[in-house]
Write a protein that binds this ligand. Structure first.
Ligand code: NAD
Length: 288
């Protein structure tokens, strides 16, 4: 068997084309969606992510602003900026690029973002709404994975789903989304005793571990759907996922590649969340 490749590049392009229409409609009503991105420090990977986010906004006609601070900036300065952005009508989404330097209280910074502008979906209020099954903002990476299931006509109802990784950014919200969609969900992590026992009986495996080629073909049930969230840089500079793609695609029914799988979907869903925020705002204003 050779698995069908779930193409994140193609889906991202398709969705971004549809965003242009929504952005144009909002702009015509005087509500151009706007995203503010705060970057603290000079981490090269974070600089690339922020640049890509700003460029992606421009490509669909959205407004964006980038606020950059040196690594030694104090937290109060960043919190004051967030308060300003919370009140700025041009800005519908606010994102603080993680990780923050060690002297920051990451939780306090994320909680300072108005829940209605929390397009990353990391605010406790939005996490709570997701846990209750009524999400307002879904964290972008797992949201992108759900769109890939939808595009691939993958029915999740009653399926055994195993999520490897329990981070707040990927693993936990991914598990909640699968649960909300009717899957039977197992969350595995670094303390899980027998990972293979769980993955071998899974219809769906989502890997969000951060270890190159961690999921091997012998860990999969034939015909499984394999979603690789991992982005790992190999010593030769190439990117590689958490899944041993070449071997696993001979066992899986559907699989995402790295690059070109989940990666392009993350920024796409950030745009989606910001456009949704602007649409909600426009509806609120229309009712006034
Ligand atoms: P993280 O380091 O916060 O979490 C990794 C998780 O893996 C932890 O919960 C840990 O318990 C688990 N883990 C570690 N060793 C394990 C083991 N031996 N067995 C089972 N579980 C184990 O990472 P994260 O932020 O969730 O990101 C995971 C990966 O996804 C990284 O490669 C990251 O770069 C990538 N990522 C990709 C995107 C994207 O846009 N595609 C977005 C976010 C993260």
């Amino acid at each position: 068997m050779t698995a069908q490749i779930l193409d994140g590049n193609a889906l991202a392009q398709e969705l971004r084309a549809s965003f242009k229409t929504r952005v144009a409609a909002l702009t015509a009503q005087g509500h151009t969606p706007g995203l503010a991105v705060i970057l603290v420090g000079e981490d090269p990977a974070s600089q690339v992510y922020v640049r890509n986010k700003v460029n992606a906004c421009a490509a669909v006609g959205m407004y964006s602003e980038k606020i950059v601070y040196p690594a030694d900036v104090d937290q109060a300065t960043v919190l004051a900026k967030i308060a300003e952005l919370n009140a700025d009508p041009k800005v519908h989404g606010i994102l603080v690029q993680l990780p923050l330097p060690a002297h920051f209280d990451e939780k306090a910074v994320l909680e300072a973002i108005a829940a209605a502008k929390d397009v990353d979906g990391f605010h406790a209020e939005n996490v709570g709404a997701l846990a209750q099954g009524n999400p307002r903002f879904i964290p972008c990476t797992p949201y992108g994975v759900m769109k890939m299931f939808e595009k691939g006509n993958i029915d999740l109802t009653g399926k055994e789903a195993v999520v490897i990784g329990r981070s707040n950014i990927v693993g936990k919200p991914m598990a909640l989304l699968l649960l909300n969609a009717g899957a039977t969900v197992t969350v595995c992590h670094s303390k899980t005793r027998d990972l293979k026992f769980h993955t071998c009986r899974a219809d769906i495996v989502v890997a969000a571990v951060g270890k190159p080629r961690f999921v091997t073909a012998d860990m999969l049930k034939p015909g499984a759907v394999v979603i690789d969230v991992g982005i790992n840089r190999l010593p030769d500079g190439k990117l590689c996922g958490d899944v041993d793609f070449e071997a696993c695609k001979a066992v899986a029914a559907q699989i995402t590649p790295v690059p070109g799988g989940v990666g392009p979907m993350t920024i796409t869903m950030l745009l989606a969340n910001t456009i949704e925020a602007a649409e909600r705002n426009a509806q609120r204003e229309a009712k006034r």
